[in-house]
Write a protein that binds this ligand. Structure first.
Ligand SMILES: [Zn+2]
Length: 260
């Protein structure tokens, strides 16, 4: 039977791919590539991290066996709807204190869903009768805070927390010194950067990127789009600082993406 908006119901919503030792990437298969976030599962000896959790269109824990481990901590790089939708499924939810209120009482404006959510971002329905107009994030109050200088120790690997405001006030990234790997959230990715959301601060964004330039990082797993290396990081920072990769008008940007 045809669905109301013509889309089929997806059998699988998530796809898991191994990235490197102990790191897997999870994507929402039926969210368009220019919108979906990268979700990372980082396994350690004593505990594991789920870094961001997607839009929450469908529960993530039921579908991915590795996430049923009780020792998984969900880390939110920031409070936007495309990164926090399944956070409520986890008992431990960590993020920056400046966005605690939004995690606890998410609404379409504060989580940027109003600006970004629309029919064209999905290519299948997560369940029968799904309507994007009825989408609401489930409140997921943070159970602990992360800030600059904190270290998350997983037993055999450890991550340093970097506070990189700009995209949002509480944007954080995780840096693993031993492997020179950065999980950057939306502070930097290989695409047009958003520095004009309601709580963005473009000057703080520039400062955060100048800071990243000095970090001896070799591999960047970002909040959107494919991972990249140091050379590309420096190019992206230069492009942003030159004003070449700011997203500008969201609706015009989305319309251009939808046409391609
Ligand atoms: Zn964001």
């Amino acid at each position: 039977m045809p669905k109301p908006n013509g889309l089929p119901v997806a059998r699988e919503w998530y796809r898991v791919a191994a990235v490197s030792d102990g790191i897997s990437q999870i994507i929402e298969k039926h969210v368009v590539p220019w919108m979906r976030c990268n979700i990372f599962l980082i396994r350690g000896r004593s505990s594991s991290l789920l870094l961001d959790s997607g839009m929450g269109f469908r529960p993530i824990r039921n579908e991915i066996e590795a996430l049923r481990d009780i020792h998984i901590k969900c880390v939110c790089t920031h409070c936007h709807f495309d990164h926090t939708g399944c956070a409520h499924e986890f008992d431990v939810r960590l993020g920056h204190a400046s966005e605690a209120q939004i995690h606890a009482e998410p609404d379409p404006d504060s989580t940027c869903a109003r600006a970004w959510l629309s029919e064209e971002i999905i290519t299948a329905l997560p369940n029968d009768g799904f309507e994007i107009a009825n989408y609401r994030l489930t409140p997921a109050p943070l159970t602990g805070y992360l800030d600059e200088g904190d270290v998350i120790d997983l037993g055999d690997r450890a991550f340093q927390v970097l506070h990189l405001p700009g995209h949002s006030p509480g944007s954080i990234a995780l840096y693993e010194k031993s492997t020179k790997t950065l999980f950057s959230g939306d502070a930097i990715y290989d695409g047009d950067l958003v520095d004009n959301a309601w709580h963005s601060d473009a000057e703080a964004f520039r400062e955060s990127l100048r800071r990243l330039r000095e970090l001896p990082v070799e591999t960047i797993h970002a909040g959107h789009f494919p991972s990249f290396g140091r050379q590309r990081l420096l190019e992206l920072i230069d492009l942003y600082l030159a004003g070449a990769i700011s997203i500008g008008d969201v609706h015009a940007w989305k319309a251009a993406k939808s046409d391609t």
